[in-house]
Design a protein around this ligand. Structure first.
Ligand code: PEP
Ligand code: MG
Length: 315
C-alpha cells in the first residue's frame, strides 16, 4: 500500500513562549505506528482498536489482541500510548457484540455501552492491553469511548484498576460528559475530547450526512463552550484534557483549543508539522485571546473569522 510522506517536526510541541502542548498521533492499525513515530509524534493520543475486531465472526483471542497492540507500544517505547477500548456499534457492527437493527445507530448501544450486556469482551480487551503493556516499555493509558454518565467512568476505572491498568480515562464525545467533566474527572485520570462525535451530538447532525455538513463543524461556538467546560472540569480536578478528534489537525483551531486549556492534541501524523509550526508562532496569551473571541462569536463562521483576524500568522 502506498503511503504519502509525512512532514516531520522536532518535539516537544510548544507555543512561541514555551507553553507545552503535547503533540500526539492518531493510530488506526498496527502498521500506522512506525510512520507515526517517524513523524516526530511525542506519543499516541488515540489508538483505535477496532481494526483488530472488524470483519470477524468471533471475538479475537487475548493472544491475538496482545499481538495486535504490542507493535504500537513497541514503536513508542518510553512514550505515552493512549489506547481506546473497542468502539463498535450498529454503524461498526460486530456479529458477536452488536445489534444491527437499531433505528438510530449513533444513538444506540455503541462504544462503552456494549459492555453492559457483554462485559467479558471489555474485560478480555483490558486483560490483553495489560499483558501487552507488561511486555513493552510504553506508558500505557486506557480510555473508553461514548461515556455519558459519571457511574460509567467509575465502572470503567474500576475495571481498568482490576487489570492493573492505572491510568484510566474517558472520552468526552457526548454533551452530557462535557457538562459533567468535573465529577467525571474526579474519577478518571484524564479526558480526551473526541470532537467528531461531540460535534455530531451537540448539533444533532449525523457526521456522515453531506447535507448537514454546514452544521458539522468544531468551530461552532456551542461545541467550543463544551470544550471549555471540559477543560474547566479538568483544571478543577488537576487532570489533563486532550483533544483527539479531527479538530486537533487544524492549525487555527489548535490555537483556540490550547487557549481553552487543552494540554495535548492528537491527530493524523501528517498534520503534526503544520500544527507544530503554527503553535510555535503564537504565544499562549494569543491563544487565550483567540479562544475568547471564538467563544464570544455567535456562529462558526464568525468564530473562524475572528480568530483569523486576531492571529495574523494564519493569513
Ligand atoms: C471522535 O469522535 O472525535 C473520535 C476521535 O472518535 P472516532 O472518530 O473514532 O469516532
Ligand atoms: Mg468518536
Amino acid at each position: 500500500r502506498e503511503r504519502t510522506t509525512v512532514r516531520t517536526f522536532t518535539p516537544p510541541g510548544t507555543t512561541k513562549d514555551g507553553h507545552r502542548v503535547e503533540l500526539l498521533a492518531n493510530v488506526g492499525e498496527a502498521e500506522d505506528a512506525e510512520p507515526a513515530a517517524a513523524s516526530g509524534a511525542e506519543g499516541v493520543g488515540l489508538f483505535r482498536t477496532e481494526f483488530c475486531f472488524l470483519d470477524r465472526d468471533d471475538e479475537p483471542t487475548i493472544d491475538e489482541q496482545v499481538a495486535a497492540y504490542g507493535p504500537v507500544m513497541a514503536a513508542f517505547a518510553g512514550k505515552k500510548v493512549v489506547i481506546r477500548t473497542l468502539d463498535a456499534g450498529a454503524d461498526k457492527p460486530l456479529p458477536f457484540l452488536t445489534d444491527t437493527d437499531e433505528t438510530n445507530p449513533a444513538l444506540g448501544v455503541r462504544g462503552y455501552r456494549t459492555s453492559w450486556q457483554n462485559p467479558d469482551v471489555l474485560d478480555h480487551q483490558l486483560m490483553a492491553i495489560a499483558r501487552a503493556a507488561g511486555e513493552h516499555e510504553a506508558d500505557v493509558w486506557v480510555m473508553a469511548p461514548m461515556i455519558s454518565r459519571v457511574a460509567e467512568a467509575e465502572d470503567f476505572v474500576a475495571r481498568c484498576t482490576a487489570h492493573g491498568l492505572r491510568t484510566a480515562g474517558v472520552m468526552v464525545e457526548v454533551p452530557s460528559a462535557a457538562l459533567l467533566a468535573g465529577p467525571l474527572l474526579a474519577r478518571a485520570a484524564f479526558a480526551s475530547i473526541g470532537t467528531n462525535d461531540l460535534v455530531q451530538y451537540t448539533l444533532a447532525a449525523d457526521r456522515l450526512l453531506g447535507a448537514l455538513a454546514p452544521l458539522s463543524t468544531p468551530w461552532d461556538p456551542a461545541v467550543l463552550r463544551l470544550i471549555q467546560l471540559t477543560c474547566m472540569g479538568g483544571q478543577a480536578q488537576g487532570r489533563p484534557v486532550g483533544v483527539c478528534g479531527e479538530a486537533a489537525a487544524s492549525p487555527a483551531l489548535a490555537a483556540v483549543l490550547v487557549g481553552l486549556g487543552v494540554a495535548s492534541l492528537s491527530m493524523t501524523p501528517r498534520a503534526l508539522g503544520d500544527v507544530a509550526a503554527l503553535l510555535g508562532a503564537v504565544t499562549h496569551q494569543e491563544c487565550q485571546a483567540a479562544a475568547g473571541l471564538a467563544l464570544a462569536a455567535d456562529s462558526a463562521d464568525g468564530a473562524r473569522r475572528a480568530v483569523r483576524e486576531a492571529l495574523p500568522v494564519l493569513a
